[in-house]
Design a protein around this ligand. Sequence first.
Ligand SMILES: O=P(O)(O)OC[C@H]1O[C@H](O)[C@H](O)[C@@H](O)[C@@H]1O
Length: 542
Amino acid sequence: MSRNNLKGWQQLETMAAASEGKQIKALFANDSERFANYHLAHSGILFDYSKNRISDDVKAALVQLARECEVEAWRDAMFAGDKINRTEGRSVLHTALRSDHCPNQAIGQQVQEELDHIRSFSERARSGQLFGYSGQVITDVVCLGVGGSNLGPEMVTEALPSQPGDTVKLHYISSVDAVPLEHLLAGLSAATTLFIVASKTFTTTETLLNAAAAKRWLLSEAPETAIALHFVAVTEDTDKAASFGITPDYCFRIWDWVGGRFSLWSAIGLPIAIGRGYSAFESLLSGASAMDEHFRSADIAQNIPMMMALVGVWNTTFLNINTLAILPYDQQLHQLPSYLQQAEMESNGKSVNWQGEHIQYNTCPILWGQTGINGQHAFYQLLHQGSHDVASDFIVSANSCAQSDIHHQHLLANCFAQSQALMNGVGEEEVKRELLANGLNNNEIEQLAPHKVHAGNRPTNTLIIDTLDAFHLGALIALYEHKIFVQGIIWEIYSFDQWGVQLGKLLATNMLGDVQPGSAVDRYDSSTNGLLNHIKSVSHSE
Ligand SMILES: O=P(O)(O)OC[C@H]1O[C@H](O)[C@H](O)[C@@H](O)[C@@H]1O
């Protein structure tokens, strides 16, 4: 049965139409227990969804919809290793990377072997036992990868503060733009630098181009045999890595059942273990595993990923709120919005359902954001008074890793004040009273008042993490992963492929010859021809 014929779906459509003009703050006024009834907590994460336009009826209909969509059966199929990524004929088993009970013994054994490899290699690196071609200790690790092979490790290493034992310096290069790579290499010594080439397919142009440049840089002073001591690969295609010159001991495996954007739990996370220690990497896995267990066992209405997914479906599909701002109030989480952009939009940014039909309802919202404090001085104006209705996730930790409490108290106060302001707004009467109290005359009040009104009623979630450490970060990332999964099921989307990424790659490869110096191009549309010919006319290249 198509989604919009389901009972829960139809109830939600009716409720959405009836919700016009209803205020979130009125829901609080009528229910003194609203926070108690609309928050959940597990694995050191509190999820408050009370500041959404959700009543008890809406909540019940959302839970009913999840049941009708058989979300629990799909969840169990994913954990069991069924090939739910049907367009690519693959299992989806990133959860097996962080669990003791893997559905398949052979997979469990492979995972354990790679974990042992990550442990021994990262411990060697951290204890000064990795040497370069001249016998000097490796001091710098340059991680070359893009998308899922870069965003997770970089976000996590940025999020976890450096500890005294963190001796190796990590650097990340993801862009094909040579400027950051050249700038970085200019400050490094080849004899003490190790490169990690992270690419599941080992075919991604950006990564391979950067790896080739790194190899040239090394070989400009070192013999060919140095490659074996200065290059690590993390890939599914170990033959390609071997052809590059990478030895088995320096080659780490991932598998087709790990999607790129869900891969930081695999050897793609090697930089985390090198930079922050293997025990931090293990804690990250444990936090994710705790969230997995909660997701597997809690009833829908008590299940944080399920409820977070359902709230998102209500906002996007039924209330037409098509953007979601990710607003962390911990500076360390500054890369979380970029990480979640790939995780959510590459997974659910689709408009064809399982039957291959065009979807008639809104699916994945546009995700954006940055750290809340910086956002407050930039785009919050639009959140409060803009013409777009924006939903937001506020994320903050209860305890700070910093020594100064007062800074953290400011973060907390700002975080909670903003979500309150977005909900309550400021009405015209209140604005006028304030202007009168400030001594303005009637004429001045009439002119200024409309500009100071805040409509409010903007929906927000708030997530409080006990402490921003590896365990809780692991749980937080797993929470978003499962939210994405549940939304994909409700929208009938294949969340684990990314066909939309392929087209641009293909066209860029075909166009490469046309950006090089030479005769004018006329095989494209007039805009593309014009842009290419302009480049040829102003280019300094020979
Ligand atoms: O790891 P790789 O094979 O190099 O792929 C890196 C990235 O490539 C593409 O952009 C895909 O859309 C991403 O999902 C993937 O993470």
